[in-house]
Design a binder for this molecule. Structure first.
Ligand code: GUN
Length: 280
């Protein structure tokens, strides 16, 4: 079974749209998302355009602030502080990667944790790992929702995460632990990755190596989530060898059309959640 991330994301956006209508009625106001985009890297431009389009589609107030590559760090930090105080802004996202002269950690820590729709602020990272309420990074949240759609009861399942990034691998681990999975985190230096993967009921591949996970690495009936987006001379491929794995796995996300659309839908979800928490 191919997991239709496009369709599931579209359903989530529709639910959010209805929720935003209700919030508008209740508070006479809609959640607002402000995205800061620095420089003109093509992938970031595309992501941000998609985010803006989807935000408007579900009825959010959407704003994109564009800065040139050479902008001073201080101007960005001051702008974030201004947005932190702005009641019309529920969520702030600074598109990564940043130019080298801008300190990513400083930028992330300047965003108010309650407006951190990426869930990257150390306060949100800590809250997630402690099991407290927090913003959850959009990509792992999207993966989690896809997994739950296929298998609502994850009790005791063995999950193998390939990749240990702050963006994906680590928060993914927290989400699956909360669902009582037994989670193994692996990465590019793991000794016998194939043997680890062969144990898994669920594999989340987020390591950035084209088609790393092969058909004979996968247990029959496993759920496979492919977070990879790798440019190769064959075009864009994931971290999973799609054709081989699709013959073995119970369910598998395609690239594109799997995790990608869910990431954006989850950003909108996080914006709505931040708004709701701010009204409490
Ligand atoms: N660049 C690629 N993915 C992301 C993301 O999830 N959040 C931000 N802020 N930048 C990104």
């Amino acid at each position: 079974m191919i997991i239709d991330g496009k369709k599931i994301a579209s359903e989530l956006r529709e639910e959010l749209k209805q929720e935003v209508l209700k919030l508008r009625e209740k508070y006479n106001k809609v959640p607002g998302l402000t995205v800061i985009l620095i420089g003109d890297m093509a992938p970031s431009q595309i992501y941000v355009r998609n985010k803006e389009k989807s935000a408007i589609e579900v009825g959010l107030k959407s704003e994109v602030l564009r800065y040139k590559e050479t902008i001073d760090e201080k101007i960005i930090l001051d702008k974030i502080k201004e947005l932190n105080k702005d009641d019309d802004v529920s969520g702030i996202l600074v598109q990564l990667p940043l130019p080298k002269h801008i300190n990513k950690q400083k930028v992330i820590e300047t965003i108010l944790p309650s407006k951190d729709v990426d869930g990257f602020h150390p306060m949100n990272v800590g809250n997630l790992s402690s099991g407290y309420e927090s913003s959850i990074p959009c990509t792992p949240l999207g993966c989690y929702l896809l997994i739950k759609k296929i298998e609502p009861n994850l009790n005791g399942k063995k999950a193998v995460i390939v990749g240990r990034s702050n963006l994906n691998g680590k928060p993914m681990t927290q989400l699956l632990l909360k669902e009582n999975c037994t989670v193994t985190i692996t990465h590019s230096k793991t000794k016998n990755l194939k043997a680890e993967c062969l144990e898994a009921d669920i594999i989340v591949a987020a390591v950035g190596i084209p088609e790393l996970v092969k058909g004979d690495w996968v247990k029959k009936d496993a759920i496979i989530i492919d977070v990879g987006i790798n440019k190769t001379n064959k075009g864009i491929v994931g971290d999973v060898a799609f054709k081989e794995v699709s013959k073995v796995a119970k369910a598998l996300t395609p690239v594109p059309g799997g995790v990608g659309p869910m990431t954006i839908a989850c950003l909108l979800k996080n914006t709505v959640e931040c708004f709701k928490r701010s009204q409490k």
